[in-house]
Design a protein around this ligand. Sequence first.
Ligand code: C2E
Ligand code: SIN
Ligand code: SIN
Ligand code: FE
Length: 402
Amino acid sequence: MNDFQTETPKLSADEKLNLLVKFGARISSELRLDKLLDIIAQQITLMLDVVRCTIYLKDSDRKELWSKIAQGHGLEHTEIRLPLDGNDVVPIVARTGQTINLPNAYEDERFSMAVDMVTDFRTQTMLAVPLKNNSGKVLGVFQVANKSDGTPFDKKDEGILLLLATLAASSIEIAKLYQDVHIAQLETIYRLAVTAEYRDQQDTRAHLKNISIISYLLALALGLSKKQAELIKNASPLHDIGKVALADNILLKPGRLTPEEFEIMKSHTIYGGRILEGAHSKVLQVAHKMSLYHHEKWNGTGYPKGLKAEEIPLEARIVTVADVFDALCVARVYKKAWKTDDAYLYILGESGKAFDPRIVAAFNRIYSSVRKLYAKNQASQADALSEEAAVQASRISSLRDE
Ligand code: C2E
Ligand code: SIN
Ligand code: SIN
Ligand code: FE
């Protein structure tokens, strides 16, 4: 996380210079924003011999500065958010672009102890410098607190921290750009998936979320890399995208489909395949395989092609287990919801028939987590979690306003 606090080993002047020389190369190879901020905070902690380093980034849309809490108190992954127009150190530095150096934090009116209270830390000395890009625009603030030797920050420390901020600025800007593009892509995928499903699902969001989570857990349980598992997670909501092409009288028919109608229904796989054919991005390539092959069966009796066993792409073999499990657990216009454990037994019973036995075995391993997921109120669970985080973040912000 981008707030780093540690019992640092003391480094010699040579070792620090060495870190400084390698700093640029070290951070320019990291594109993941969280990871990058982590590394930067850690390096600064070592180079400046401080107990704590916190990196705040500007969120212009929300007119806030944010940082993540690194450790302790079960607050990991909680964001600290400060109003950009606030009257304490970090917002002032962000607005003015000027360095602030507090030799005695608690005696300065610009210091707010709100963050200390939340993180259970006592700031004695503090130094905060602006993080500016090449054109001088402020992107955020680097803040350090409490030198290990107890002395206040001097001009040399100010210079080093400013230098590090300058060196880090373009890496941070690039990583932010990547993150924005990635988030935009996920959001687009998700909205596209909702479009395809909202006609025949009572709760599209919960359905897509559950399939996504189960597919992710399955991928990890099968030993796939985290990266591959994430692709599968992000692509899985699109598996039924081909349903956009189906007419209401088939998709929404409140009873069994006739054989002719089911033939038409089957074409959602072909449509999905066409919609996603030739995609450039990895996630849409995975989604392409899923949408085309998620109704194939291990024993060769599925559709559209009747592929068998490993002829079916792994991604599709995974999402089909997640899809059928979730479809059984919820009510549809044509069927009632099954009990979670009955759906589980059905999945086990289809091992080697509809499903890849290895994936059913993986499902068996993750079932206790899946069961918990369904035990809670499916629809509101994801919302409740993020709401909790938002409440925590606003509590921290409002503490500061007092
Ligand atoms: P879906 O509702 O999302 O269901 C996905 C898959 O879950 C189904 O693929 C099937 O493998 C499994 N599944 C769902 N409900 C049941 C069930 O009650 N019993 C069993 N054994 N398996 C179930 P399938 O059969 O290829 O169907 C694909 C899609 O066709 C379904 O997606 C649904 O949209 C539609 N569909 C299938 N049968 C009917 C039906 O009788 N009436 C209507 N209106 N739609 C149907
Ligand atoms: C501030 O006072 O703006 C800095 C936040 C902190 O206490 O860490
Ligand atoms: C997403 O997975 O990209 C969005 C999730 C949601 O809004 O529920
Ligand atoms: Fe389907």
